[in-house]
Write a protein that binds this ligand. Structure first.
Ligand SMILES: Cc1cc2nc3c(=O)[nH]c(=O)nc-3n(C[C@H](O)[C@H](O)[C@H](O)COP(=O)(O)O)c2cc1C
Length: 154
């Protein structure tokens, strides 16, 4: 049976959404089954239905999560994510003091709730990189390899 990966993203102008789409397509091409959801149509409890979760948010305000992600992140407070493997990504702009801090927020959150991060997170700097850039594909490759390497645990 194919391994299922849930990807949840929050995106105001579509950049993180585009990364999420590329990620989903690339993981599918590598034999994984992906479920791609905009955070506003996802419920935190859905995370419990997957062994692999990938969360992505852009950064706004003073290094805050993308707007739609705020409630979802709070809704994760009561979840026990023990045994779940997580990866985090986000788009930001290095011109800001709190560069891509949403990624740090989500990293801390999944860890506090008991999940394990399976690879270093991906931060895309919109100052230098395009959502369609090579870096996304490289990270996806690493993610797919890491998932396949651990695929004995179904
Ligand atoms: C009002 C505003 C505030 C922002 N604040 C930050 C910030 O604190 N840190 C950061 O890395 N990027 C910041 N950004 C840049 C966005 O995160 C960046 O444009 C990102 O690519 C948007 O992705 P999205 O379309 O998925 O929402 C800000 C952008 C705007 C318009």
């Amino acid at each position: 049976m194919s391994i299922k990966v849930l990807i949840v993203f929050g995106s105001s102008k579509g950049r993180t959404g585009r990364i999420a789409e590329i990620l989903s397509d690339a993981l599918t091409a590598k034999g994984l089954t992906t479920v791609l959801k905009n955070v506003f149509e996802a419920r935190p409890k859905e995370l419990l239905d997957y062994r692999y979760i990938v969360l992505g948010s852009s950064t706004y305000g003073q290094g805050d999560l993308q707007r739609d992600f705020l409630d979802f992140e709070r809704g994760m407070d009561d979840l026990d994510l023990t045994g779940i493997k997580a990866a985090i990504f986000g788009s930001g702009n290095s011109r800001y003091a709190y560069y891509a801090e949403a990624v740090d927020i989500l990293e801390a959150k999944v860890k506090i709730q008991g999940a394990r991060l399976i690879l270093p997170s991906f931060r895309q700097d919109m100052m230098m990189e395009s959502p369609d850039g090579e870096e996304v594909l490289q990270w996806t490759q690493e993610l797919a390899d890491t998932i396949h390497a651990g695929s004995d645990i179904k």
